[in-house]
Design a protein around this ligand. Structure first.
Ligand SMILES: [Zn+2]
Length: 118
């Protein structure tokens, strides 16, 4: 049976792995990019179904602008290992699973730190 000492100091919370935090950020950026693209396509179709007037053009312009801004934000993600942009360009695509520069895969944890000298 394990007894818990009520006077024991709580353990300090471990720092989250910085690489895993970076991968979560990348997934969030990509999710936002796909959502904005879907909103552009569905919103554009809905706006065209309603009419083709200046209001439709404005809706399409706003949705396209949002999509471009979110895509640019997603492309600005920096690799946690090499610090370069994760996607190099059109050739690598926007949804590549490895860094275009150092080839580290999404989800790879940070390497263990060497033990401090005694
Ligand atoms: Zn890299």
């Amino acid at each position: 049976m394990v007894s818990e000492d009520p006077n024991r100091a709580p353990m300090p919370a471990a720092e989250p792995d910085p690489y895993l935090v970076a991968w979560a950020d990348l997934r969030q950026r990509r999710r936002a990019m796909l959502l904005s693209l879907g909103a552009y396509l569905l919103g554009g179709l809905a706006a065209l179904a309603i009419g083709r007037g200046p209001a439709t053009r404005l809706v399409l312009l706003v949705l396209c602008g949002v999509c471009l801004v979110v895509t640019a934000w997603a492309r600005r993600f920096r690799c946690p290992l090499c610090g370069e942009r994760f996607s190099r360009g059109r050739r690598d695509g926007l949804l590549n699973r490895w860094c275009a520069h150092c080839r580290i895969g999404i989800g790879t944890p940070s390497p263990p730190h060497p033990a401090p000298p005694p």
